[in-house]
Write a protein that binds this ligand. Structure first.
Ligand code: NIG
Ligand code: FE
Length: 402
C-alpha cells in the first residue's frame, strides 16, 4: 500500500460508531485526500510506503471539527443590543422595538457579496484555527429573493477562499421582513413560490431552515415552508422550542428533519418524536449563555429517548456572538451537563449526521475525507478543560496540511 501522506504514532479518536475510544500508537494514512488506513501502527499492511511520513509524537488526533449551525454571513454588529441586554432589556423587547434580527437584515441588504465574504472570512479563520474543517452557514438576513441568494453565494464563496467544506441552509423563514409586516401570508407565499425554487435551481441551498417561534413563524407557516422544501427535494432543519415551547421539535420530526436546533423548551413527546425520526438535537449553549436563558435543553430526555446530540456555535451577531467551537464544547459540558465524549461526538460524528454528511465526514474511517485535527494534547478532556486556550497543533483538510 502506498500513501500520499501518513501520520504515525498518535492517539487516534476515530469517533466511529461503536469504535474504540482511542487507538494507542495509531496511524492515519491518506490517498488522494481520503482516508486509506486508520488503526494501530502495528496493523499497517506489510511493506507500506508513503510519499511523506509525519510523526505524531503521541499527540491526540480527532476528526476535523464540524460547526453544524452558524449564521456566519452578515454585515455590521449588534454590540449596542448587547449593552441594552446588560442593562436589563430582553432579546424579545429589543426585537419588538425594531432591533434584533431586522437590524442585521438592514445592514446585510446594504452590503455587497464581496463585503459579506470578507466579514465571514474573519470569523471563519477563528473557527478554522481551532480545527474546524466543515461548517454550516445559513442565509436569513436578506429576506428578499436577491438578498437571500446573495447570502448563499457568499457562503459558497467561503470554500473557494479557504480549505473548508461549507454546507448551506436557506433561512428565508428567519423573521418577517419589516416591509412585509402587514403581509405575512404574502411573504410566506414568496418563500414558497419564489425563494426556495430559485435557491434550489441554482444549487445554492443544501437544506431549508426556519425559525418556528412566537414573533417569527407559526407552526402552520413552518409546515408550508417545509412542504415546499420537500417538493424541491431539499432536507429541512428547524430553530425549534428556543424561547417558547411551540411543538417545534415534533414538527421537525414530522418532516424527517436532519436536525432540530436550540430545544431549550422541548418536552418528552418532542424528544421521542425526534428519536423516532432520527432528527439530531443541535445544542447551542452560546445562545443560552448570551441570552442568560434559565431553561436548559432536556439532555436527560434526549439520552433516554436515544436522540443524538450535536453541539455548535450558532455564531451570529445577536444571540450568540461566539467564534469558538472549543468554547461551545466547554459550555455544553459545564452548562448543559454533556460528558466530554458527548461534546466531542457533538462536534464530529453527530454534527456530520446533523448535516446529512455522515457518509463522508465526522469520523476517521476508511473512505471518508481525510480531515483531521491534531492536538497538542493526549486526551479529549484537554480540548474542553481550558477556556480560551487553543491546543490545536495542525489541521488537515482532504489529506493536506491546511
Ligand atoms: O439561532 N433564533 C434565531 N436565529 C438566531 C439569532 C439570530 C440573530 O439574533 O441575529 C439564533 O439564535
Ligand atoms: Fe441560529
Amino acid at each position: 500500500m502506498h500513501f500520499d501522506r501518513i501520520w504515525t504514532g498518535g492517539r487516534i479518536a476515530t469517533l466511529a460508531e461503536d469504535g474504540p475510544a482511542l487507538i494507542e500508537r495509531g496511524a492515519v494514512g491518506a490517498v488522494r485526500g481520503r482516508i486509506a488506513f486508520v488503526g494501530a501502527v502495528d496493523d499497517l499492511p506489510e511493506g507500506w510506503t508513503a510519499a511523506e511520513t509525519i510523526a505524531l509524537d503521541g499527540r491526540l488526533v480527532t476528526p476535523g471539527l464540524i460547526d453544524c449551525h452558524t449564521h456566519l454571513v452578515f454585515a455590521g454588529d449588534r454590540a449596542d443590543e448587547f449593552e441594552m441586554r446588560l442593562r436589563g432589556e430582553t432579546y424579545e423587547t429589543i426585537a419588538a422595538a425594531g432591533g434584533g434580527i431586522v437590524s442585521t437584515v438592514a445592514r446585510t441588504r446594504a452590503a455587497d457579496e464581496a463585503t459579506l465574504v470578507e466579514g465571514a472570512l474573519e470569523r471563519l479563520d477563528r473557527l478554522m484555527a481551532e480545527g474546524v474543517t466543515a461548517i454550516e452557514v445559513k442565509s436569513g438576513y436578506g429576506l428578499t429573493l436577491d438578498d437571500e441568494l446573495k447570502m448563499l453565494r457568499a457562503a459558497r464563496a467561503l470554500e473557494v477562499r479557504r480549505p473548508v467544506e461549507v454546507v448551506t441552509s436557506l433561512l428565508a423563514a428567519h423573521t418577517i421582513p419589516p416591509e412585509r409586516r402587514d403581509d405575512r401570508a404574502g411573504y410566506v407565499a414568496e418563500i414558497i413560490g419564489s425563494i426556495i425554487p430559485a435557491a434550489a435551481a441554482e444549487g445554492l441551498a443544501d437544506a431549508v431552515d426556519a425559525f418556528c417561534e412566537d414573533g417569527a413563524f407559526t407552526p402552520a407557516e413552518t409546515r408550508a415552508v417545509f412542504q415546499a422544501a420537500r417538493a424541491h427535494d431539499l432536507p429541512v432543519r428547524l430553530h425549534a422550542d428556543q424561547r417558547t415551547a411551540g411543538g417545534g421539535a415534533a414538527l421537525a420530526a414530522e418532516f424527517g428533519a436532519l436536525s432540530a436546533d436550540h430545544l431549550e423548551r422541548t418536552d418528552a413527546q418532542g424528544a421521542r418524536a425526534m428519536a423516532a425520526a432520527g432528527t439530531v438535537a443541535v445544542l447551542l449553549p452560546g445562545a443560552f449563555y448570551a441570552l442568560r436563558d434559565q431553561e436548559k435543553p432536556p439532555v436527560a430526555l434526549f439520552r433516554e429517548a436515544g436522540v443524538k446530540m450535536a453541539v455548535a456555535t450558532d455564531c451570529n451577531p445577536g444571540s450568540s456572538p461566539l467564534t469558538s467551537i472549543l468554547t461551545a464544547m466547554n459550555m455544553a459540558v459545564v452548562l448543559f451537563g454533556l460528558s466530554i465524549d458527548e461534546a466531542l461526538a457533538g462536534v464530529t460524528r453527530e454534527a456530520a449526521r446533523a448535516l446529512g454528511r455522515w457518509g463522508d465526514m465526522g469520523s476517521l474511517e476508511v473512505g471518508k475525507a481525510c480531515n483531521l485535527a491534531i492536538w497538542d494534547a493526549t486526551r479529549p478532556v484537554e480540548l474542553v478543560y481550558w477556556l480560551g486556550r487553543n491546543p490545536l497543533h495542525a489541521r488537515i483538510f482532504e489529506g493536506e496540511v491546511a
